[in-house]
Design a protein around this ligand. Structure first.
Ligand code: ZN
Length: 500
């Protein structure tokens, strides 16, 4: 345990607090994971990388961390999370698949993208569909405590009653009055006493394929239930950290707090942490802007807004160059600058490894051990100040300048100092920031990755064909042909070769 005084910003108290875990030496951390009905995009990459940084750092400073990140495979509806069709069921209907085929397919692809970004897998990855009983128990408790009501086979959380006894809106800083004003009239609202009430259990319409029996109706859990039920199951009635993107503060996390207090009488989470959002060329990501660039599209460079492909490490480095609580704007120029910056850092690392035997240059100043100690402390201070990764990166850039002066024979370094220097660099760049040296990937690794990218494109083409989107399917085939790929349709899919 190296006793770093870690300050983290708590969304709930709106200030930085010294992190003190509930149990000595152990940390429980829950992060909201993806709804698996489509490929992960940048909006998923940022929380994944932010909380990977936290996970890595907590472990580095000696904590045993139980990191739970869920997979939402039921209950996330299209509008306001609470109304409309289930996102996964809709995809399954359109593509004539079993909903769990959709969920599995996108879960696998999410895992591939996370591995490419070098995000460590969580300790537990529970699925909402695997925890229907726990969610029903939660609904039962809330009903028993009088904070929910049954209506036409569905169960809704009674926000007004809760707000009267506790306070609804403590996380987002909203009051019930302005929540009510902001809610829109939607279909099915006749079941609710109040616009602001949210679904704990929804009765399934006859055509709804994802359904489970319950005391109230054949139906499915409301989206907010899963994180409260699964967080409690795996981390306990109280645990240390709950994280996610800032877009989840309201309503998702606000509802989670209300569910926890209504069911168990006290809050569940000590530190709420939220990463800020990503804009693309200054615009919010949204369907109307057609700027939902998926991670596979980034890695292959296939989205019209991209002028080139970007490696997963460039994306990771780019995200870490901003503090997680500031907004980040993605654009090709900024990404290309990140690509160059990452290459510069890796060049510095390669030189530093060569210097580990020490290098004497007569009459030139020495790099002292104090310099390395200061660098290490600077990096720890930055991380301890609410995970200030941009400051760590800037300290490493400064370190690259020192490495270059030694390499240019303008300074000397002893083997002992060079090794300590390399140790600090390796610890912060690779262990904590989670960068990899993949700028130096072997040819075999490159070839494999390249093959996967072509496969991914051809899978997109098959999907386009299935959806009768001939324009896209022809475009993928023609673009690949222009690059010298021969694509053949086979009875069980496709085959390709590179004829050059
Ligand atoms: Zn959640």
């Amino acid at each position: 345990m190296n006793n770093q005084p870690l300050l983290i910003y708590n969304t709930l108290s709106r200030q930085k607090e010294l992190f003190r875990p509930l149990h000595e030496g152990r940390v429980g951390m829950y992060v909201c994971g993806p709804t698996v009905y489509g490929d992960a995009h940048l909006g998923h990459a940022r929380p994944a990388i932010t909380f990977d940084l936290l996970f890595r750092y907590l472990q580095h400073i000696g904590y045993k961390v139980r990191y739970v990140r869920n997979i939402t495979d039921v209950g996330h509806l299209e509008h306001d999370a609470d109304e409309g069709e289930d996102k996964i069921a809709k995809k399954a209907r359109v593509e004539q698949l079993e909903p769990m085929e959709v969920a599995q397919y996108y879960t696998n692809r999410f895992h591939d993208a996370m591995a490419a970004l070098n995000c460590l897998p969580p300790s537990i990855e529970p699925h909402a569909t695997g925890h229907i009983i726990e969610q029903q128990q939660l609904v039962r408790q809330i009903l028993d405590h009088g904070y929910a009501y049954e209506s036409n086979g569905s169960v809704y959380f009674d926000v007004e009653k809760y707000d009267h006894d506790h306070h609804y809106g403590i996380l987002s800083g909203r009051s019930l009055e302005n929540i009510k004003d902001a809610s829109r009239e939607l279909s099915g609202v006749g079941e609710k006493k109040n616009q602001a009430d949210f679904a704990l259990w929804k009765k399934a319409q006859p055509e709804h394929i994802m359904r489970w029996p319950s005391p109230w109706s054949d139906g499915f859990p409301g989206w907010h239930c899963e994180c409260t039920a699964m967080g409690r199951k795996y981390l306990g009635e109280e645990f240390d950290i709950h994280g996610g993107g800032m877009d989840l503060v309201f309503p998702h996390h606000e509802c989670e707090i209300a569910q926890a207090v209504a069911s168990q009488g006290h809050q569940m989470v000590h530190y709420w942490m939220h990463n800020n959002m990503i804009t693309i060329d200054g615009k919010k990501m949204g369907k109307s802007y057609n700027n939902f660039i998926t991670l596979p599209e980034f890695f292959a460079g296939t989205h019209p807004l991209l002028t080139q492909a970007y490696t997963p490490m460039t994306i990771r480095f780019f995200i870490l160059q901003a503090h997680y609580r500031s907004t980040v704007d993605f654009g090709n120029d900024a990404l290309q600058a990140a690509e160059k910056g990452l290459a510069r850092l890796m060049d510095g690392w390669k030189l530093l490894q060569r210097l580990q035997e020490g290098q004497k240059t007569k009459g030139q100043p020495q790099v002292e051990m104090k310099y390395v100690d200061d660098l290490r402390q600077q990096c720890y201070d930055a991380m301890n100040d609410d995970l200030n990764s941009p400051q760590v990166i800037s300290a490493l850039f400064d370190a690259c300048r020192i490495i270059n002066t030694v390499n240019d024979h303008k300074a000397s370094i002893t083997a002992e100092v060079a090794q300590a220097f390399a140790d600090v660099f390796r610890t912060f760049a690779f262990d904590i920031l989670g960068l990899t040296e993949n700028s130096g990937a072997s040819n075999k690794e490159r070839e494999e990755a390249f093959g996967h990218v072509v496969d991914m494109l051809l899978e997109q083409r098959m999907q386009a064909k299935a959806e009768k989107n001939w324009a896209l399917s022809d475009k993928i085939r023609n673009d690949l042909a222009a690059l010298g790929f021969e694509v053949k349709d086979t009875p069980d899919g496709f085959a390709w070769s590179l004829n050059k």
